[in-house]
Design a binder for this molecule. Structure first.
Ligand code: NCD
Ligand code: ZN
Length: 447
C-alpha cells in the first residue's frame, strides 16, 4: 500500500470480541487498513496513541437536536460539538421538532438544516401519525433512516395513532425494509392518571412517576411486541426503564421477534434517589427514571446483551425551562451525547462491563439494527473512517458548566468519571482533539 492520509498507531484496537495491539490507516474518508503497527502503511500524518483504546465512533440512535423549531434549546452546531466531544460520530434525530418530521418535505428540510451544520453523519427519523400513513414511503424516499412511533405521547405535534393505524404503519414499514423505533407506553393510562393527579393538586416530582406507572410501560411494550410479531415489522424499543419489561423482551426475542432494545445511561445508572441531590425537577424525563430497584436489573440485562443498544435520548432544554416549581411545568429530558461514553467507561473501569461490551452496544449493535453495518460501527477496511481514541485512565467530574450546549442541565452533575474520549475522527477528518473542536461541518445524511 502506498502513502495514506492518516495513521493512528500504537494503541489497543477494541473489537466486540477481543482487544489487540495495533492501529488503523485512513485514506480520504475510509479506513483502508486495520492491524498491527508493522502492517500499517506510511502516512502523511501519524498519531501515536500508546496506552489508549481505539474504537469505532459511537452511534446514538436516539437524540433530539431541536431544529427546526426549537433552536433556543439546541442547534445542530451546538449538539454535534457535544457529540464530537463525547466520541459520538453518528446520530439519529427524533421527529418531534416543529414542524414535526411527518412529511417528505419535512424530511428534506431537516436534512438541509443538519447538513449545513453537522460535524458528524446523521440519520433523520420520520414520525408515524394517524394522518400521515401515505407519507411513510415518500419520507423513506426523501431520506428518512427509520421511523418513530410515539405509543405514549401527550405531545400534540406527535400524537399517538390508533391501534389500527399502528398495524397498518407496521405493514408499510416492513415492506420498506426499515425499522420502527417505539416509545412504548399506553397513552390513555398516561392521560387518565395525569388528569387525576393534576385534579388532586399534585405538583411534586413523584407525581410524574405515578403518572408513568410501570403498567403503562408494560402494556405498551407488550402491544408493540405483539404488533411487531404479527406484522413482521422490525422494531426498536426506546429508552427501556422498567425491570418488568425484561421477561417480555426475553420471551419475544426467544420466539424470534425482530426486536432491538436500547437503554440510556440515566436508565442504567440513576434512580429517583438521585432527584434529591439534584433538586427534584432536574431529573424529569419521559419515560421516567424509576425508584431504586430498576437500574440494577436493567444494567444486568445490558451487560448480558438482552438490552442490546446504548443510546441517550439527548433532549436538552434551557435551565429556566427545567427548574420550575410544578413538575408538570418542568420540561422533560436532558442532554446525553457528551457524557454517555465517559459514564460507561467508568462502568468499564469498575469492572461491570468490558470495553468490548461497550463497543458492541454503542457501535456494532446500533449499526447492525439500522442497516449501516459495517459502514458504521466497525473497525474494518472499507468502513467509514469514524474512529475514537479513548484514554482509559483520564479522570474527570461531570458538570454542566463544562459541557457544550446552550444551557445544559445534567442529572450527572458532580459525578466522577474514569476514561474519556480524547480524539474523534469523523469520516476521516479530525473533529475533536483533547476536548477541543477542530473540524467544521461536513456531516452527511444516512439512509
Ligand atoms: C423529549 C424531548 O424533550 O424532546 N423528552 C424526554 O423527556 N424524553 C420528548 C419525549 O421524547 O417525550
Ligand atoms: Zn426521546
Amino acid at each position: 500500500m502506498g502513502m495514506v492520509d492518516l495513521v493512528v498507531a500504537g494503541g489497543r484496537l477494541v473489537f466486540p470480541d477481543r482487544v489487540v495491539e495495533g492501529g488503523v490507516a485512513v485514506m480520504g474518508d475510509r479506513i483502508v487498513c486495520v492491524g498491527s503497527d508493522a502492517a500499517l502503511p506510511p502516512a502523511r500524518r501519524r498519531i501515536d496513541v500508546a496506552g489508549k483504546w481505539i474504537i469505532p465512533g459511537a452511534l446514538d440512535v436516539h437524540v433530539h437536536f431541536r431544529e427546526p423549531g426549537f433552536s433556543h434549546k439546541e442547534t445542530w452546531t451546538t449538539a454535534t460539538r457535544a457529540a464530537a466531544r463525547g466520541g459520538v460520530t453518528t446520530v439519529f434525530d427524533m421527529p418531534n421538532t416543529n414542524p414535526p418530521t411527518a412529511t417528505a418535505e419535512a424530511v428534506r428540510e431537516k436534512i438541509a438544516i443538519a447538513s449545513a451544520q453537522s460535524l458528524i453523519d446523521f440519520g433523520v427519523y420520520g414520525v408515524v401519525r394517524e394522518d400521515n400513513l401515505d407519507q411513510l414511503r415518500p419520507m423513506a424516499e426523501a431520506g428518512a433512516v427509520a421511523f418513530k412511533l410515539y405509543m405514549g405521547s401527550e405531545n400534540p405535534l406527535v400524537p399517538c395513532p390508533s391501534d389500527g393505524a399502528i398495524l397498518e404503519a407496521f405493514a408499510i414499514i416492513r415492506d420498506l425494509g426499515m425499522r420502527c423505533t417505539v416509545h412504548a407506553e399506553n397513552t390513555p393510562i398516561l392521560e387518565w392518571r395525569g388528569r387525576k393527579l393534576r385534579a388532586a393538586g399534585r405538583t411534586d416530582a413523584a407525581a410524574h412517576l405515578e403518572q408513568h406507572a410501570d403498567i403503562a410501560a408494560v402494556e405498551g411494550t407488550q402491544r408493540a411486541l405483539l404488533f411487531s410479531e404479527w406484522t413482521g415489522c422490525p422494531i426498536h424499543l426506546a429508552h427501556e426503564n422498567s425491570r418488568f419489561n425484561l421477561p417480555l423482551i426475553a420471551a419475544a426475542k426467544k420466539r424470534g421477534v425482530d426486536v432491538t432494545v436500547e437503554a440510556c445511561p440515566h436508565n442504567l445508572l440513576l434512580s429517583t434517589a438521585d432527584g434529591e441531590r439534584l433538586g427534584p425537577n432536574a431529573l424529569r424525563v419521559k419515560p421516567p427514571v424509576r425508584e431504586p430497584g430498576h437500574a440494577e436489573p436493567l444494567f444486568a440485562a445490558f451487560a448480558s446483551g438482552l438490552i442490546d443498544i446504548l443510546s441517550t435520548d439527548h433532549a436538552p432544554h434551557l435551565a429556566s425551562e427545567k427548574r420550575r416549581e410544578s413538575i408538570w411545568d418542568c420540561a422533560p429530558g436532558f442532554p446525553g451525547v457528551e457524557t454517555s461514553m465517559r459514564l460507561m467507561l467508568t462502568e468499564v473501569h469498575e469492572g461491570r462491563i468490558t470495553i468490548s461490551d461497550y463497543v458492541r452496544a454503542a457501535c456494532e449493535a446500533p449499526a447492525r439494527a439500522f442497516g449501516l453495518y459495517p459502514r458504521k460501527g466497525a473497525l474494518v477496511a472499507g468502513a467509514d473512517a469514524d474512529i475514537v481514541v479513548i484514554d482509559p485512565e483520564r479522570r474527570g467530574v461531570i458538570s454542566a458548566a463544562g459541557l457544550s450546549g446552550i444551557d445544559p442541565v445534567t442529572p450527572f452533575e458532580g459525578r466522577e468519571t474514569v476514561g474519556m474520549p480524547v480524539l474523534t475522527i469523523a469520516r476521516g477528518r479530525i473533529v475533536m482533539q483533547e476536548g477541543e473542536i477542530v473540524g467544521g461541518p461536513d456531516g452527511r445524511s444516512l439512509r
